[in-house]
Design a binder for this molecule. Structure first.
Ligand code: GAP
Length: 442
């Protein structure tokens, strides 16, 4: 399979089967903003649920939070985003395209794609100018006198400004963490690769507050935990690697940073960052707000500003990773079978219930089974078309199991359970189907 065609096929499958649609498509779309359809919303929710379970519910030392998207504008001054969350932007006066000045060597000239911007005879590039990536809006009824507020470009700041509220209300002690899933917005200059880099996206971030001096140790611990999470998500281990940020790549807040990268059809790219932020954030918020943000360590009878280790993943980017990793095409009996081989726990539909034919009481039995199974699993009922075709439709959206009610069902109260990956078929008693599935869908 040609590398580029994998993305084309996936984008087309995502639209055709209701995973992802272009935002405002009937108006021509809105640049790099996407909507999730019926199957996409289930997939992304399953990924977020796995993250929330691993990071909050399964741990005693992390609390959840859902902070507002809009925050006091001073937050973004103290965080360094007003001054420093910028990319160098270059315009071409001839073709009107925009490029990040630091990515020109990898970009293609829109007029002559074999060359880089600036290399074609008619290119007329401007000098780089700094462009802030935060979206602005106005709070208050009158635009002129209202105050400018920003759509948050990361969820992390909502955690820092709430850290004492959470600490005190939950009676946690350091070391402890706060986790949050929520929307973030960035006016990216060069968005693209489908839902990889978008202007509106969701982050799954966790900030872990530790005693100064213990940050390097916790940083290593969190690196290991996060890499294991991606592997448990079913991603192929050989497609995952670490990228350590060199001094010149470090964000303004970071003491040390590693990215978890995945090998996409368009190359190795970041899917999650693990950052040692030191006391950068709390020091700045303490200074700018005038409020003491120190932690009182009762056992040692000392006060200090905690250091922060951050894990920051994009839910949309991981949804894309899961889709790319799961996508495969196989030749079966002279035909191409497209499969999304999802881990069962992230599959949007877990079970499809299919009457073999629409007569001989099969639809009635299948409907009763469907209504019973849907109490426990995300189920789909399909009675349209040849059974082989219905199996293929479920393979293409990653449904791990199909249950077929057939002629034998009336005789011995059993159904066929067909497995997505092996295409093997088992015979299971109707009364045992729910338990059979529960065991295999964890
Ligand atoms: N709080 C730290 C922070 O936001 P980041 O490396 O800028 O760090 C973390 O972003 C993660 O958020 C990335 O690894 C990626 O998964 C996701 N992300 C960032 N920008 C994105 C964008 N424009 N579109 C989709 N996901 C994005």
């Amino acid at each position: 399979m040609a590398q580029t065609s994998v993305m084309d096929k996936l984008v087309s499958l995502c639209k055709r089967r209701g995973f992802v649609f272009q935002s405002s498509e009937i108006y021509g779309g809105l640049g790099s903003v996407w909507d999730y359809g019926p199957l996409g919303v289930e997939l992304k929710r399953n990924i977020k649920d796995r993250w929330w379970h691993a990071m909050v519910r399964a741990r005693d030392d992390i609390e959840g939070l859902d902070a507002a998207i809009l925050m006091h504008p001073k937050v973004w001054e103290a965080s360094g985003h007003v001054a420093g969350f910028t990319d160098p932007l270059v315009d071409c006066k001839t073709c009107k395209a925009r490029f990040r000045a630091d990515q020109i060597a990898e970009a293609a000239c829109p007029q002559k794609p074999s060359k880089h911007p600036g290399e074609h005879t008619t290119c007329a590039l401007t000098e780089p100018r700094m462009f802030n990536l935060m979206f602005k809006t106005v709070m208050g009824p009158v635009e002129e006198s209202g105050s400018v507020v920003y759509l948050r470009p990361e969820t992390a700041q909502g955690i820092y400004v709430n850290y004492l509220n959470v600490l005190q209300s939950s009676r946690q002690k350091i070391p402890f963490g706060i986790a949050q899933i929520g929307k973030a917005f960035r006016n990216e200059i060069t968005p693209g690769n489908f839902i990889f880099r978008t202007r509106e996206f969701e982050q799954m971030e966790m900030q872990f507050f530790v005693k100064p001096g213990e940050d390097a140790e916790w940083f290593e611990r969190w690196r290991a935990i996060r890499m294991a999470w991606h592997q448990e998500l079913g991603l192929k281990p050989e497609k995952l690697r670490w990228h350590q940020h060199a001094e010149s790549e470090l964000a303004h807040y970071a003491r040390a940073a590693y990215d978890i990268e995945y090998e996409f059809p368009f190359g190795w790219s970041e899917i999650e960052g693990v950052h040692n932020r030191g006391d950068f954030d709390l020091t700045n918020h303490q200074k700018a707000s005038g409020k003491k943000l120190e932690y009182f360590d009762q056992a040692a009878n000392t006060r200090y500003l905690p250091n922060i280790v951050e894990t920051s993943a994009g839910a949309d980017r991981i949804a894309l990773t899961v889709l790319v990793d799961a996508f495969r095409e196989e030749q079966v009996e002279g035909e191409t079978r497209t499969v999304l081989g999802f881990l069962p726990s992230v599959a949007p539909i877990k079970v499809a219930v299919l009457p073999l034919v629409n007569k001989d009481a099969m639809p009635e039995t299948a409907t009763a089974l469907f209504n019973d199974l849907r109490k426990s699993f995300a189920c789909f009922y399909d009675d349209g078309g040849a059974i082989g075709r219905r199996y293929r439709r479920q393979d293409e959206v990653g449904t791990p199991f199909c249950i077929t009610v057939d002629g034998q069902t009336a005789e011995d109260q059993s159904v066929t359970v067909r497995h997505r990956d092996s295409m093997a078929q088992d015979r299971v008693g109707v009364a045992n189907v729910a338990a059979y599935l529960a065991e295999r869908l964890q």
